[in-house]
Every structure is written in structure tokens, then in C-alpha cells.
Design a protein around this ligand. Structure first.
Ligand code: HAM
Length: 432
């Protein structure tokens, strides 16, 4: 048989890459715990109609959709929010609110593979359900900020807007919801002129076209200024004014909570997913032009899936792109100074002693690997160097007789003879 390759857009994760991904997941899980989000696990395969309902044209067209062997139309999940909304609507409606749910896993979109864009990718996902209050939106923003900080990412900014601004204007102009969603898709792609033409085609007033054009041009880092200007622009469009006031309150609360991220507030910001009803945002870092994560408020989805009316807000940071950003910023290189010890017995008779020392180190929480290839010390040292081992414990006959071993610091290229009882302290740098 000819040699097989991975399918286009799919990737293998070799140990170094897998470790980076797990590292982000570990931090994300810690953040979930700190904020009181409980994990749920939902299936990769869902009914097509569920996933397609409000996902937006772009993702809908790129779903891995197929009929299973019983002829059911199913798809691989392109995101988590629809599944979580289904889960809550069908199984958790009686649970006390708010519901705070966390999940992580792989998602599938038939996107054109390119930098930061894959057909199988990973997200962590946080959903806060049951509250329509601005402090819930502020919590999702603050949580996302905390995640970025705990990952040691630098120079990131949040692009923030509110779906209620554009939908408020268009709704008052009697543009139907599906048509509004079509315009949002164009705006999500920054195709402002086409959106204006399409709005004109839908029969909106000339005044509305002027307002929309001005709204698209209203953005900046100073939230108070941007929102002040946007509010005067949309005067007369009641729901749009209310949306701006809501966003102002959310951002004030977020700031008050101590989240110090840079904001880019855009009055005409839209996201492709159709379920958003309120605040929306995305996170960016310099030199990567795709978002690291995105989220927002969606107050109607759970109801649409048969649950009680349940307002909700959430975020999905994308692990693959976070890893790219951390690589670019050299964050993994800094973290890789973690201790990794190898224990090398000089002779076969010292294998048991070496195993004892390895387990004692592990007991002390130090990652310890035994030399299992029967290599001579010089070759074993060269191998340890190549594999990024930070310390080597050489178990030799002369030293063992005195209850000692040779401890070699692979980075400093220094070695000394130490008491076996002191090896872990030496490695951890805890000796006087
Ligand atoms: P989204 O903006 O479609 O939102 O995706 C969130 C993140 O997933 C993106 O910012 C990106 O990091 C990652 N992502 C998306 N597509 C790809 C891809 N093809 N390759 C690599 N990474 C990708 C959602 O999925 C919403 N469910 C977020 C949400 C949760 N809203 C409310 N709650």
C-alpha cells in the first residue's frame, strides 16, 4: 500500500506540539475553576439542523455534514455553543441559575487551510447562562482577560461592539432578521460598501444609509468617546441607543473589575454567527491577523432549542491560535526551563538503586526518567542533552558506597557529588 498522509487540513500533534496544546488547556481549566465554571462533555456528532440553525451562512456552508448509516442528517460540530444550548434546553432547565459551563475539544470547519486556520481545531469554551445583566457580560470579558494574562500573552487587544446597534437600526427600518443576518455576514468580512448597497436594496431610508455609513466609521480606543459619538449618530433608533448604553455599562464594570486590556471599540462591528444579540468581542495580538478568540451575548438560542427563555453570554478562545501567539512571543521557550531529570546507572548492578532514586524524585514532584536503553554514560549524557534534560543523576559504584551520586546540571555543564538524600533539594535549588 502506498504511504498514507493526514487528510488536508488535519494535523498530527507530535509530543512538543501536544504539550503546548495541553499547557493552554491546563491554564484554561484553572481559569474555569477559579470562576466556578463546571465542565460538560458533548458529542462531536450532532444533528445537522441543530448546528445549522443559527451558525451563520459561512460556517453552515463549511460544515462536515453527512448522512449516517441510518440516513440521519448529522454533522461534526463547528463550534460548541449550539451543543451547550441544546444540552441546557433539554437537560438542565431546572438547575439553579446562573449556569456556568466549561468545555473543551475539537471542532470541524471545512475552511481553506492557511496560517492559523485548520479544518480540525481546538477551543476552550465558557458559557454563562441565565443572566441578562451587564455584570455577566463583564465577567466573560474579565475571564478572557485573566486567561490571556495567565498564559503570559502580551500586547493583546479586545475588539468590542454590540449586535444591538446594527440590528436596532435595521429592525426599526423593517429589515427582516434573516436579511439583517445576511448584512452581518458582509460586515463580518469588512465588506462595508457591499453591505450599504445591500441595505439600500432592502429599501432602508436614505437617513438610515447615512447613519450606517457613519456608524461603520466610528471606532477607536477611547470607549467613552466612541460610544458618545455612536449614541449621537443613532439618535431616534431606540434599540440602538439602548445597545450603546448597555455596552457602556458593560465596559465600565469590566474596567472597575481591574481588567486592564486595550480595547478597540467598533460601533459597526459584526460577527458571522447569527445567534448574537448583544455585546460581541474578539481578541487579537500583533502579527497574527486572525482572532485568538471570540464571544458574545446570545439571548434567544436556548429558547429556540425548546428551553425556557434564558439569556446567555460566552466566549471560545481558540487553542491553536493561542499556541501560535505564544510561540511568536517566545512564551514556551521561557516556560521550558521546567526541571527534567534523567537517572543513569553506570553498571547493570546499579539499576535497582537508580530506580529507587527515580521514584524518590517523583515522590518529591520532580519529573524523573530512568535510562532504559542500557547506554554507556557518555552516550546517555549526549542523548539527555539532545532531549532537553535539565539534570542528570549518575549512579556510580564509588559514590553509592558513600551514599552519594553525581548530579550534573546540563545547562551549566557543571557537576558535583551530593548525598542521595539531598538530590531533590539540590535540583530544586533549595540548598543553602
Ligand atoms: P468563533 O469566532 O467562530 O466563535 O471561534 C472562536 C475561535 O475559534 C476563533 O477566534 C479561533 O481562535 C478559533 N477558530 C475558529 N475557526 C478556526 C479554524 N478554522 N482554525 C483554527 N482556529 C479556529 C465561536 O465558535 C463561538 N461559539 C464563540 C462563543 C461562545 N460565543 C458565545 N459563546
Amino acid at each position: 500500500m502506498s504511504s498514507f498522509r493526514t487528510v488536508r487540513g488535519m494535523r498530527d500533534f507530535l509530543p512538543e506540539d501536544a504539550e503546548k496544546m495541553r499547557c493552554v488547556q491546563r491554564v484554561a481549566r484553572d481559569v474555569a475553576q477559579l470562576y466556578g465554571y463546571q465542565e460538560v462533555i458533548t458529542p462531536v456528532v450532532e444533528q445537522y439542523d441543530l448546528l445549522a440553525a443559527k451558525t451563520g451562512e459561512e460556517i453552515r456552508e463549511r460544515m462536515y455534514a453527512f448522512k449516517d448509516l441510518s440516513g440521519r442528517k448529522v454533522a461534526l460540530r463547528p463550534e460548541f455553543t449550539a451543543s451547550i444550548a441544546r444540552l441546557v434546553a433539554t437537560k438542565m432547565m431546572t438547575q439553579p441559575k446562573p449556569l456556568k459551563l466549561f468545555c473543551e475539544g475539537s471542532l470541524y470547519r471545512y475552511d481553506e487551510p492557511q496560517y492559523g486556520r485548520h479544518r480540525e481545531f481546538w477551543q476552550v469554551n465558557y458559557e454563562l447562562m441565565g443572566s441578562d445583566r451587564p455584570e455577566a457580560d463583564a465577567e466573560i470579558l474579565t475571564l478572557t482577560y485573566d486567561l490571556m494574562e495567565k498564559l503570559s500573552l502580551r500586547d493583546y487587544h479586545f475588539k468590542i461592539g454590540h449586535m444591538g446597534i446594527l440590528r436596532g437600526i435595521l429592525g426599526q427600518e423593517h429589515v427582516k432578521e434573516e436579511q439583517q443576518s445576511m448584512l452581518m455576514q458582509l460586515l463580518d468580512k469588512k465588506r462595508w460598501n457591499e453591505a450599504l448597497k445591500a441595505a439600500q436594496g432592502l429599501g432602508v431610508s436614505n437617513h438610515c444609509l447615512t447613519v450606517l455609513k457613519n456608524v461603520f466609521e466610528t471606532w477607536g480606543k477611547d470607549a467613552v468617546k466612541v460610544l458618545g459619538k455612536a449614541k449621537s449618530l443613532v439618535e431616534g433608533y431606540e434599540n440602538a441607543v439602548a445597545a450603546i448604553e448597555n455596552l457602556k455599562e458593560i465596559l465600565e464594570l469590566t474596567r472597575a473589575s481591574g481588567a486592564k486590556f486595550e480595547m478597540l471599540v467598533e460601533a459597526g462591528f459584526a460577527r458571522g454567527l447569527e445567534y448574537y444579540t448583544g455585546m460581541i468581542f474578539e481578541v487579537f495580538v500583533p502579527r497574527i491577523d486572525v482572532a485568538l478568540g471570540g464571544g458574545g451575548r446570545y439571548d434567544k438560542l436556548i429558547e429556540l432549542f425548546g428551553g425556557e427563555p434564558t439569556p446567555a453570554v460566552g466566549v471560545a478562545p481558540g487553542i491553536d491560535r493561542i499556541v501560535l501567539a505564544m510561540e511568536k512571543q517566545g512564551i514556551f521557550a521561557e516556560a521550558q526551563r521546567a526541571k527534567r531529570v534523567q537517572i543513569i546507572p553506570v553498571k547493570e548492578e546499579l539499576r535497582v538503586k537508580a530506580m529507587e532514586i527515580a521514584s524518590a524524585l517523583r515522590q518529591a514532584g520532580i519529573p524523573a526518567e530512568l535510562e532504559v536503553m542500557g547506554r554507556r554514560v557518555s552516550r546517555a549524557l549526549a542523548d539527555a542533552d539532545r532531549r532537553g534534560i535539565t539534570h542528570v543523576v549518575v549512579v556510580g559504584p564509588k559514590e553509592i558506597e558513600e551514599g552519594k551520586v553525581v548530579l550534573r546540571d546540563m545547562q551549566k555543564r557543571e557537576q558535583k557529588t551530593v548525598e542521595i538524600a539531598n538530590v531533590s533539594k539540590e535540583i530544586l535549588g533549595e540548598t543553602a
